[in-house]
Design a protein around this ligand. Structure first.
Ligand code: AOF
Ligand code: ZN
Length: 373
């Protein structure tokens, strides 16, 4: 027989898991704000019923709580609110969510992650408790931290969370020199990559990859085409080809070139005529200063950046200690001698990374390593 307390805990976890899943709907669409989920659940003795649901709106506002309270109306009175992030306590562009929950007569608030934003940090929960609301913190906190990692990393480190994505052949290569894009992984992996793109705020590649592969770097999943994130090329000398797919689609999906002070002004102007925007960045050792670039991206509100290639770019991000998550898709094909060796693989992870996810996508294996932040 489980106790009432254990039953309550199981119910809380179930609804928090649902709130977390729901919030993913807007992952990658809410910058500068994190994508938060809220469920309002009332129980009149016949079991819990969801009376309101909210996800941080596209563009970041209204906040999740406001959306859920709007749906619930009077039904919020006496309900339990499940919030994946501590409700805000500040008068920003919207009134504080903590106060809105109090005014609506919510009886209980169950929270997952705490908000490191100094305007909120602990104050949101304090407002609720002072109003006599029962507050339970840190329910599914690890899962919430994983999902809100981009926001948390940005708050703590003033840069976005960086995910390094690699597709490796069975013999540990990422490609063959001069051959452009080679299919290493299968269709299911490709769809996963596109889903990851959809949930990111930006995709980064080096200029060599942009020139060799002429990639588009958009989301091409049915129904999610509109969710392509910003595309960024590390292009110290502004060498991106104005005839490239990236430049030619810059009006539809933004393209930035991170250029050094030594970039040719005429080349920059030519790219800008296509709608490509330049991000002036310092350089060192003949390459773009990644910490500075990432700080600029965080200042633009970005929380999740995905690094997609190539080997040199991956190596630079690792060398500068700017990687938080490494994901490896490994396909069954062999590329043979003369291939471009992977900068990192399953058996050679940098210190501090631990295996956090594994899956199989058709004939490919997938694994993800994460570093604590
Ligand atoms: C919430 N619910 O759904 C989100 C929150 O610029 P503002 O006024 O929108 O405030 C941004 C801050 O709000 C952000 O730094 C974070 O602390 C919080 N995000 N809070 O109560 C939400 N997205
Ligand atoms: Zn809020």
């Amino acid at each position: 027989m489980s106790t009432r307390y254990e039953e309550q805990q199981a119910t809380d976890r179930r609804f928090m898991a649902a709130a977390l899943r729901m919030s993913r709907k807007h992952a990658g669409l809410t910058a500068t704000n994190p994508a938060v989920g809220t469920l309002l659940v009332s129980d009149d003795g016949n079991g819990p019923v969801i009376v309101g649901r909210g996800v941080t709106a596209i563009g970041g506002r209204p906040h999740a709580e406001a959306e859920a309270l709007a749906e619930a109306g009077e039904k919020a009175r006496g309900a339990t609110a499940y919030v994946t992030l501590e409700p805000c306590a500040h008068h920003g562009r919207t009134p504080p969510c903590a106060n809105a929950l109090v005014s609506a007569g919510v009886a209980r608030v169950v929270g997952a992650a705490s908000d490191p934003d100094p305007r909120v940090s602990g104050k949101g929960y304090a407002i609720l408790r002072e109003a006599g609301i029962e507050v339970v913190e840190r329910v599914m906190a690890d899962e919430a931290a994983d999902q809100l990692a981009g926001y948390l990393v940005r708050s703590l480190k003033k840069r976005p969370q960086v995910t390094l994505k690699l597709a490796l052949s069975a013999d540990g290569m990422i490609g063959r020199p001069g051959e452009g894009q080679i299919a290493i992984t299968g269709a299911i992996s490709r769809r996963q990559v596109h889903l990851m793109r959809a949930e990111a705020d930006a995709i980064v590649v080096g200029i060599n990859t942009a020139l060799a592969d002429d990639p588009e770097l958009t989301v091409r999943l049915p129904g999610l085409e509109a969710r392509s994130p910003v595309r960024i090329v590390l292009d110290r000398l502004a060498r991106l080809d104005p005839a490239s797919k990236l430049a030619r689609t810059a009006e539809e999906v933004p393209v930035f070139v991170a250029v050094g002070p030594e970039a040719d002004a005429a080349r920059k102007a030519e790219l800008e005529a296509f709608g490509v925007k330049s991000l002036a960045t310092d350089t060192y050792d003949g390459r773009i200063a990644l910490p500075e670039l990432l700080e600029d991206l965080a200042a633009l509100g970005m929380m999740n950046v995905m690094v997609e290639g190539g080997a040199e770019t991956a190596r630079n991000f690792l060398a500068d200690d700017m990687v938080d998550r490494i994901v490896i898709f490994r396909g069954p094909v062999e590329l043979g001698a003369g291939g471009i060796a992977a900068p990192v693989d399953e058996n050679h992870m940098p210190a501090g990374f631990r295996l956090t996810r594994q899956a199989r996508f058709g004939d490919d294996s997938y694994a993800e390593w994460t570093r604590n932040f």
